[in-house]
Every structure is written in structure tokens, then in C-alpha cells.
Design a protein around this ligand. Structure first.
Ligand SMILES: [Zn+2]
Length: 155
């Protein structure tokens, strides 16, 4: 789910010292690709398909590296792998299209969200990861939130 993936990326930024923007974008990129193509456009049968593969990981990391350099590519790779590992509680088609997978039809976005919300183990993990990420990044979050207030106070 979105919050867990964002929390994992934020924790990677905090503890692995990777760049914030690429690790956060890569942390949700596989779902943006596959959920859009599956649940949005109905072009793919599963919400875990092309974006959830090592091929997409390697290709996108190479593209990011060519455009923005090695440090950004490393941050992207960390975020992307964090997403794939976070999804590993159920099937991830790591080696597609080189290995054949049986893709079960994905539920629509709302059904998927409801299924997640009603899973106590997954929700507990998501909430704990989010709390950990907020606590670990409390100083930059506080600075970000206090900027508009300090601007208002100066006027
Ligand atoms: Zn995913």
C-alpha cells in the first residue's frame, strides 16, 4: 500500500543517505506503472506485472543513471528494490517475461484498498512503518512545516 512504500523509501533516505526525490518516486513507481496500466487503462490483467520485474528495475535504473548520474541512479535503485521487497509478502513476477507467471486478475482499486484496510497484519505493518518514518524524519518534517509559519510571522 502507498503509505508503507513511502515509509520504506523515507527510511532509506534517512538511514542509507540516498537522495530524497528519486528514492521516493522509485518507491511508488512500480505501482504507478502497473496500477495505471491494469486498473486505470485495463491494458494489463494484473496490478503486478511489467513494473514489478527485475527487468523494469534494471532498465529504469539505467535510464535514470544516464540522465541524472550514478548517485541518483543508486537512490532510484534503493527505492525500487524497497518497493519490490515490500511487495514480496505475495507474488512478485521478478523474472517476467523470461519466466512464465500466472497473473490472477487484480481487483479494482477500491476493492484492493478495502482488502488492504481489512487486513490487520498489513495495516499494523503499514502504520508502524509510517510512524517510524515520521519519527526518523521529524526534524526535516518540522523544518518544512515551519517555513510557511515563519514567513507569515515575518510579514
Ligand atoms: Zn507494488
Amino acid at each position: 500500500m502507498l503509505f508503507g512504500h513511502l515509509a520504506v523509501s523515507a527510511l532509506a533516505h534517512r538511514y542509507l543517505k540516498v537522495e530524497f526525490v528519486p528514492v521516493m518516486v522509485a518507491g511508488v513507481f512500480p505501482d504507478i506503472v502497473d496500477k495505471t496500466l491494469c486498473q486505470g487503462l485495463h491494458w494489463l490483467p494484473s496490478g503486478r506485472m511489467l513494473g514489478h520485474t527485475l527487468l523494469a528495475f534494471a532498465f529504469s535504473t539505467a535510464v535514470v543513471g544516464l540522465i541524472w548520474g550514478k548517485r541518483t541512479a543508486w537512490s532510484w535503485a534503493v527505492g525500487y528494490l524497497g518497493h519490490l521487497l515490500g511487495d514480496a509478502y505475495s507474488e512478485v513476477p521478478w523474472f517476467y517475461p523470461f519466466v512464465s507467471y500466472t497473473f490472477k486478475p487484480s481487483p479494482d482499486l477500491w476493492e484492493n484498498l478495502l482488502k488492504t484496510l481489512l487486513n490487520p497484519v498489513q495495516m499494523t505493518v503499514e502504520i508502524l512503518l509510517t510512524i517510524w518514518a515520521v519519527v526518523a524524519l521529524r526534524d526535516p518534517i518540522f523544518q518544512l512545516l515551519s517555513r510557511p509559519v515563519s514567513r507569515i510571522m515575518k510579514k
